[in-house]
Structure formats: C-alpha cells, structure tokens
Design a protein around this ligand. Structure first.
Ligand code: SER
Ligand code: ZN
Length: 498
C-alpha cells in the first residue's frame, strides 16, 4: 500500500518567522515515526505566512492520517504556549491511497467519499474534501476493506452456496404430491392475509401449527431444560448494527415508523382529510411520522443477546438455555414468496444457548437426538442435514464457505414431493441449528465468572415444520403417522361459507 496525504495547517498568525524551528520540529517528528514505520516520510514542507503545507507519505504501517492528527497535537503543545500560536484549521487537499488487490475487479466498483480507479489488480483511491472528523473515525481502513470485499464478491457471485451433506434418512413413500398450501386454501383451512406474504390461518391450519409448537416444546425444549422468555419483536437499529444485520439485510426488514407526535392538533388535518375523503392522504400522514429507528423482528436471537449485554453470568447459571416463542418474524421476501413456506411473516420458536464450548457441543448432540426423534419417530419424514454457510455470515451479507466441526450452521431439509423428483428438486430448509463461537458474546460483551463463553441458536419455524410434514403426509389425519396422531388425530370442523 502507498499513502500520500497532502495537507496544510492554518495557524492563528504568521509562522514564517519560526520557519527554522518548525522545520526542525517536523524533521524530528519524522524521525520519531520512522522508528515505527521505515517508509514514513514528510516532504514538500512549505511555509507561507500562516500556512504550513506538506505531504505525508508512507506504505501504511503508520497511516498518514493518524500521523497528521498526532503532528497537529504535538505542534500545538510545543508552540502553543511558547509562541502564542494555535492551529485554526486542518485542510486536507488530497489523499491518495494505492493498494493491490488479490484479483482484479470484474465490474465497476464505487465507494462513498472517494473516486476509485483500477489498473488490473492495482487500485487507486483518491479522497478529496475530507475533514478532521473523517480522519478520526476509522473510515479509511473500512473503505479499503469494503473495496476488497466488493471485489472478492465479484468472484463469488453465481457460485453455489457452501453445502455439505452430513446425514440423511431413508426414502419415504409420500402419501401425495400436492402443494399443501394450495390444497389448504382450496379447503378453506387458511387464506391469503390482507397484505402480501401473510396468511390468515383458520382453525384447521391453526390446530396443525399449534401441534407443531406443542411437539417442539414437549419433545425438545422441556426435556433439554430450556426456559421460556418473552422478548420484544421491535428491534432498534443499534442491535442490528452489532449483529451485522444492518449491513447484510437492509432490504429485507419491515421498518417501523413511530408517530412524531401525539398532539391532537398536529393530527387534526389528517383526521379531517380522512373523514372527508375516506382515503389515507399519504403526504399528510408523512408529516407526522418519524424516520424509522427500528424494525420488526427478523430473527429472535439479536434481542435475546441484547438482554445479556454487559452482564456477567454466574458459573452456576451455565449453560443458559432459553427460548422465545412470542416474537413474530418479518422478512420482506419480494420475489421468493411461496405458499406458507416462504412468507413475509412467520412464527418460529428460537432457542438460544450460552455456555462453555464443551457445554454447547454436548448440547448440540442432545438437541440433534431430540430433533431426530421428532422428525423420524413422530413425523416419519424423509429429510437430511447439511453443513451450510453459518447464518450469521449470510445475514451479515458476507461470503463464507468455511465451517468447522465445532461452530457453524446445520440446515435440516425435507423432501417436498410436490416439487418433483427427490434427486433433482429443491428440498425445503425447515429448521436450523447453529453454534456461533464467541461472535455475539463479544458483540454484546457478555461474560462469565471464569469460563470463556460461546453461544448459538436454533430456528424452529412452525410454518416450515407444518408444510414439510403436510407435503409428505397429506391433509387427511387418517394417513398421518401414529406418533403424530398421538398429538393430533382429528381436526376441528371448519366454518361453512355460503
Ligand atoms: N437466528 C437464526 C436464523 O435467523 C435462527 O432463527 O436463521
Ligand atoms: Zn438466531
């Protein structure tokens, strides 16, 4: 890397009289930094009345912008009292940064705050009109990382996701090959909700979903000692900044707009217009809405981690085993919506676990046993497990193809007969289980008395369980497996519509 920063200091009075002293000071400062960075060089030093201009060059071990701020402080300290001088202004005229990438970009790359050009693998970044605040925040290094990330992404696009099968059940003969959502809609068990990607479940569909919930609690969560908590499903942006969702998923949130006021007078015109026109006057409404600072739950775990933020957990409380079964998740699915399996609003139980690595690896094995018991003995499903890109990498918009045995995400996938041949069709991800190492432990500064902590979570999507089961086993309880019929063997009567 090669950094070249052209800057000047504007002093409160003429400094040409102390030119020699300043030159010596700068030469000494240069020597001092050279001890840390052999490539560091301050050159083109010019003094013109109250203006001192120079270039700071380095290959980047010691960043010129950090040197600039340090130099400013030291000059102020050294000359301030002695010569009654102050630096009024720092001007950055030009900052160019040259660096090599691993591979050349495959298409145009842009970055805020700078112009960027490429010559094969070589990138030149030119920053202009930047101020001290900009330098103080770690923006420049983050800009360089972001460019590297963008170019690396060019080589990943179109590549298939990391996916490594680890277990599969035997083949099971499906009862039917219809799309369960379509059939349930035809029978009136559910209907499309009032807005896209939402469903209204009538008693028959609700009973099945509630049975899934009961099985998850009775067969998995209770036996393993998980305790229920009630979280909030409104997530402030600060939480998503910590988990990475804000960078990875900004196009998939449902944003929340709070009213900017409750003042009746301020709302009066909106009410008048509504009464008169019987329509929503959006422009008038917008006047009383605040800009969003939060969104609807995307996954439950971020708010659960937040609840442990900055806390020290006693060794006796480890592992912490909790689950949320209240917050409803919302994701703006756009093109991908289908049936009740790919929706904008869904119901999920999310167990999360915090403990030592040993405790969590042990827990994962026990959870896998319970999950296997449910999917094999109760649902009698045809399903498989695969190691996939950890969800937190994917949800932070990053690319990952690495997964170790101890941390990472396992996806549970079910064969969906209505989609065609079991070998060629896409199976449905109906569940996942992750151990995430200390990623969120660090992000939320969670501690134990002695032990190093890890965490993880598992998403039990009730609509996904339901649709995986029904796609293979049909809608007639007579044909459902015995294990499931112990939980539900008769559906409630529906409402007859004329
Ligand atoms: N947090 C995990 C996910 O989003 C489990 O719900 O998939
Ligand atoms: Zn989670």
């Amino acid at each position: 890397m090669m950094f070249d920063l052209k800057a000047s200091f504007n002093f409160s009075s003429d400094v040409s009289l102390i030119k020699n002293e300043l030159d010596t000071f700068i030469a000494d400062f240069n020597k001092k930094i050279l001890l840390k960075d052999k490539t560091f060089n301050i050159k083109n030093v010019k003094i013109d009345k109250s203006n001192l201009s120079f270039n700071i060059i380095s290959e980047g071990v010691f960043r010129p912008h950090n040197a600039l701020l340090q130099m400013k402080n030291e000059i102020s300290r050294n000359f301030g009292k002695k010569n009654y001088l102050g630096i009024r202004e720092i001007n950055i005229h030009n900052y160019s940064i040259n660096f090599d990438l691993e591979k050349k970009p495959l298409k145009k790359v842009t970055i805020p705050f700078a112009d960027i050009t490429f010559k094969d693998k070589h990138a030149t970044l030119i920053l202009k009109n930047i101020d001290k605040e900009f330098l103080q925040h770690n923006y420049i290094d983050r800009m360089i990382s972001r460019i590297r990330e963008k170019v690396a992404n060019h080589y990943y696009e179109g590549k298939s996701e990391f996916w490594k099968p680890i277990w599969e059940s035997e083949e099971k003969k499906p009862i039917w090959t219809k799309d369960p959502t379509e059939e349930m809609a035809r029978l009136g068990w559910l209907q499309q909700g009032p807005t896209k990607g939402k469903w209204f479940y009538r008693s028959q569909a609700t009973t099945i979903i509630k049975t899934m919930e009961k099985i998850a609690i009775e067969e998995i969560l209770k036996p393993l000692g998980f305790k229920e908590i009630i979280s909030s499903h409104i997530v402030p942006f600060e939480i998503w900044l910590k988990t990475g969702h804000m960078e990875g998923m900004p196009g998939e949130f449902y944003y929340i707009a709070e009213p900017s006021t409750r003042d009746k007078e301020k709302w009066e015109r909106f009410v008048d217009l509504t009464k008169i026109t019987k329509e929503i006057q959006q422009d008038e409404l917008k006047k009383n809405l605040a800009t969003p600072t939060s969104g609807l739950c995307y996954a439950q775990c971020p708010v659960i981690y937040w609840s442990f933020k900055g806390k020290t957990i006693s060794e006796e409380s480890l592992p912490v085993l909790v689950y949320d079964n209240t917050a409803i998740s919302s994701r703006y699915e756009s093109g991908g919506r289908h049936g009740i399996e790919r929706v904008d609003e869904f119901h999920r139980i999310e167990p999360i676990y915090i403990g030592t690595s040993k405790q969590l690896i042990n827990l994962r094995d026990k959870m896998l046993e319970c999950y296997k018991h449910v999917f094999n003995d109760i649902f009698d499903l045809e399903w498989r497990m695969a190691q996939v890109t950890p969800w937190y990498i994917q949800q932070a918009g990053e690319i990952g193809d690495e997964n170790t045995q101890d941390t990472g995400t396992i996806d549970f996938e079910a064969y969906m007969p209505y989609r065609g041949d079991r070998k060629k069709s896409e199976w449905l991800e109906f569940q996942n289980l992750s151990i995430l190492g200390d990623k969120y432990i660090k992000a939320f500064n969670i501690k134990a008395q002695k032990s190093a902590l890890w965490s993880g979570c598992s998403g039990i999507g009730l609509e996904r369980w339901t649709t995986a089961f029904l796609a293979q086993k049909g809608l007639d309880p007579e044909h459902w497996p015995k294990g499931f019929r112990k939980y539900l063997d008769k559906l409630p009567d529906g409402i007859e519509f004329l």
